[in-house]
Design a binder for this molecule. Structure first.
Ligand SMILES: NC(=O)c1ccc[n+]([C@@H]2O[C@H](COP(=O)([O-])OP(=O)(O)OC[C@H]3O[C@@H](n4cnc5c(N)ncnc54)[C@H](OP(=O)(O)O)[C@@H]3O)[C@@H](O)[C@H]2O)c1
Length: 249
């Protein structure tokens, strides 16, 4: 059967777990060579081996994307290895939800550094390559929380709202170069994301919500990303919001 992404090169941040790992597997299964970025090198190596064993092509590049130099070096390494970058999936993100009053401001900084600055650094490093190629596709993973605000999620909301605004401005600046942009807005998806919430009541409330419904899986979001990046070149899927059927807001 023909693969839809043969000869394509994709760079995926946050590939060591959850949505990012599922996306790497999905794009690789369609023939893309995938550069896997995250901090946990062992996880990336295991995923790269899994992709290779299935006949795909993968490169693990341990990277902290909140460090501009590391982000730029990872893009450069991908370009030098395969000679182009067709798809960038800005997926890495953290969610330290808690009430504003009494919040740990270090957690705010970590969310802003990764959910916003990580996206900006990766995009800044990749855009000149895509402009030179006169083609490319940048997929930014925001959230339902980038469209609706929730109590105890204020700063996460702010970062994901930021991703939505940045993505639309990016679209307007880059469509003339054959570059497409897609915002992905997942609802509740069962991953490691909630485990990192340190505010106990907020974490428990989240886990209760997740258990009360059939949540999405990383693969469900990967399928949406795959749909967006496999459309014909004249089709720009700008935004996909996906909730579990049982999610209220
Ligand atoms: N799960 C949901 O319900 C949901 C809903 C809406 C939106 N989202 C969004 O989906 C995206 C993926 O999250 P997920 O649910 O798949 O959660 P996850 O399993 O916790 O994945 C987060 C990924 O980000 C990576 N990461 C964290 N800090 C990093 C850094 N400084 N540099 C590079 N990578 C870093 C993690 O890898 P390392 O720790 O190895 O670096 C991990 O691979 C996030 O942007 C999240 O906001 C998730």
């Amino acid at each position: 059967m023909t693969q839809k992404l043969t000869a394509s090169v994709a760079l995926i941040t946050g590939a060591s777990s959850g949505i990012g790992a599922a996306t790497a597997l999905a794009l690789a299964a369609e023939g893309a060579a995938v550069a896997l970025l995250a901090r946990r090198a062992e996880r990336l190596d295991t995923l790269a081996e899994q992709i290779s064993a299935a006949g795909g092509t993968a490169l693990a590049i341990p990277t902290d994307v909140t460090d501009e130099r590391q982000a730029r070096a990872a893009v450069q390494q991908t370009f030098e290895t395969w000679g182009c970058v067709d798809i960038l999936v800005n997926n890495a993100g953290v969610m330290y939800n808690s009430p504003i009053d009494g919040a740990d401001t270090n957690e705010w900084r970590r969310m802003v550094d990764l959910n916003i600055m990580g996206v900006l650094y990766m995009t800044h490093a990749t855009l000149p390559i895509m402009k030179q190629q006169q083609r490319g596709h940048i997929v930014n993973v925001s959230s339902v929380a980038g469209r609706l605000a929730f109590a105890n999620a204020a700063v996460y909301n702010a970062t994901k709202w930021g991703v939505v605004g940045f993505s639309e401005a990016l679209r307007q600046e880059s469509f003339g170069h054959g570059i497409r942009t897609t915002i992905i807005e997942p609802g509740l998806t069962e991953t490691e994301l909630f485990d990192h919430i340190t505010h106990t009541a907020t974490r428990e409330a989240f886990l209760k919500r997740v258990q009360a419904m059939q949540s999405l899986r990383g693969e469900d979001i990967a399928n949406a990303i795959l749909y967006a990046v496999t459309q014909p070149a004249h089709v720009n899927v700008n935004e996909i919001l996906i909730r579990p059927t049982g999610q209220d807001r």
